[in-house]
Design a protein around this ligand. Structure first.
Ligand SMILES: [Cu+2]
Length: 115
């Protein structure tokens, strides 16, 4: 029994870095702001969760500065949340809400993704 446990432990320790869990970012939306659970993430797969603690519907858009593709979490109703997995390259990302004029009202943020 003890040997089997040691073997499992050794296998876990030897697991390649590719098996590392994805980075996680939680974005809390309110009128009219975004609060990020962390300002920086490590590049690679990331689970981004949008939590709507406001009274209006909100969505989330992410775009790397200098990049051409925009990642999106579709509209989330008040009191609800949604999460999507993205593969993020290193760089600086702009985050915003694309509903009505929410971006101009303050629903924007910056995220740094490190190598
Ligand atoms: Cu919004």
């Amino acid at each position: 029994m003890r040997c089997a446990f040691a073997a499992v432990l050794a296998a876990l320790v030897a697991a390649p870095a590719a098996a590392a869990p994805p980075a996680r970012l939680q974005v809390v939306a309110r009128e009219f702001s975004f609060a990020l659970s962390r300002p920086k993430l490590k590049a690679g797969p990331a689970i981004v969760e949008l939590v709507n603690l406001g009274q209006d519907a909100h969505d989330l858009r992410l775009r790397r500065v200098g990049g051409t593709s925009t990642y999106a979490i579709p509209v989330v109703q008040p009191g609800r949340h949604a999460a999507l997995k993205f593969k993020l390259r290193a760089g600086r990302y702009r985050l915003w809400c694309s509903v009505a004029n929410h971006r101009a009202l303050g629903m924007r943020a910056t995220l740094v993704v490190r190598r």
